[in-house]
Design a protein around this ligand. Structure first.
Ligand code: SF4
Length: 367
């Protein structure tokens, strides 16, 4: 896109905004300046929520705390109470922290540059750029998911998210005008949410259709490109159902840190990627002999079909080994519990699946 075309985009967007931009409680169209406190409050509230939900909250907050100083002096509990229903309480806590810092460090006035705004609690790159552009007329490049979509479509930009984010920002920067950067940012936000939607964009209503390469090619919905989701690795491990003569089963507590930290489990080997059953069997023999001292019992061990469980980052197959311990043993491993008492122990779902599988019994296979 040449220079003339780039100004064309900004001009077309600003004219469209003058005609179609919405009046919202925190933005009055045509107002020479916007109160940074209002811009900040609305942007924080709008994260992960819709304009319709935010409106009454915004109005209530402004009524209760008309200035950032009022908010800084309010008890945190009052803010949390009024925030109820907006979710993500960490944001409400940061809101209060940020108000306090604006008062302590900046004398009750929000700093005017993107860089200084970024130093405040709870203000990330998007919010800093939005406040700098909308409240202080800084030609900051405001970029969120909606705006990324518009830019990648304009250029049929092939880079994949999230790695290509800096390149998309650089493209967006080429269009950002020095004149009315705040209105321009808001025009893009509106276009992204109302016209240039992820699915079935309303291109016939779009003011920059003539500049849009994806529209010309007819493949708007292909952009932005996203990196394919990573395939989850599969891990495997033996898990031991060791029963004593009284019908009690051995449990142990997992390490406090890490996955399922501090919960109870049937003893198992480390959950790692293992090739096949032979790998597991040799490990079973090793663990039984070295860690537990059950050398003879392995011969009579039985197994059932593995249990599959999916965690956020991997699939896990646990291969249960059912072992009758003829000799008593103790040490760190020894918490013996009857299966009917398992509910008194913090057994995670994965381990209750193991217990269920063993109890089903009919699938018991010889080793
Ligand atoms: S023409 Fe369509 S795809 Fe292109 S920017 Fe406008 S709404 Fe989005």
């Amino acid at each position: 896109m040449g220079n003339a075309k780039m100004t064309e985009v900004a001009d077309a967007m600003l004219s469209w905004y003058d005609e179609n931009g919405r009046d919202l409680p925190w933005r009055i169209k045509g107002a020479p300046h916007h109160d940074p406190y209002h811009v900040w409050l609305s942007e924080i509230m709008l994260q992960q929520t819709t304009v319709v939900t935010v409106k009454p909250y915004f109005e209530k907050f402004i009524q209760l705390w008309p200035t950032v100083k009022d908010m800084a002096c309010a008890p945190l509990d009052d803010i949390l109470t009024q925030w109820a229903g907006l979710g993500y309480y960490a944001r409400a806590r940061n809101l209060h922290k940020c108000a306090e810092e604006v008062c302590r460090k900046w004398g009750g006035e929000f700093p005017a540059t993107e860089e200084d705004l970024l130093s405040l609690p709870g203000i990330g790159p998007y919010t800093a750029a939005a406040i700098a552009a909308i409240a202080f007329d800084e030609a900051a490049v405001v970029i969120d998911g909606n705006i990324e979509r518009i830019v990648t479509r304009l250029y049929r930009f092939d880079g994949t998210l999230p790695a290509a984010r800096p390149d998309i920002k650089a493209l967006a920067a080429q269009h950002t005008p020095n004149n009315r950067p705040g209105d321009y940012a808001q025009s893009l936000m509106d276009l992204g949410s109302r016209i240039c939607k992820p699915k079935k964009p309303l291109c016939h209503e779009c003011p920059i259709q003539v500049n849009c390469a994806a529209f010309e090619a007819g493949d708007m919905e292909q952009f932005p490109k996203k990196a394919p989701k990573k395939v989850k690795p599969t891990r495997r491990a033996p898990v031991f159902w060791i029963e004593n003569e009284r019908g009690e089963v051995l449990l142990r507590r997992r390490e406090e840190t890490g996955l399922l930290g501090g919960m109870m489990e049937f003893p198992s080997a480390d959950w790692v990627e293992r090739e096949d059953k032979a790998d597991i069997l040799s490990e079973v023999a090793e663990i039984l002999a070295e860690d537990v001292g059950l050398v003879n019992e392995l011969k009579s061990a039985k197994t059932v079909t593995p249990i599959k469980h999916t965690f956020t980052h991997f699939h896990l197959y646990l291969h249960p080994y059912i072992i009758r311990a003829e000799t008593e043993f103790g040490g760190n491993w020894a918490v013996w519990a009857r299966p009917e008492d398992f509910r008194d122990y913090a057994l995670p779902t994965l381990m209750t699946k193991v217990a269920k599988k063993v109890a089903e019994g009919q699938e018991v296979l010889p080793l």
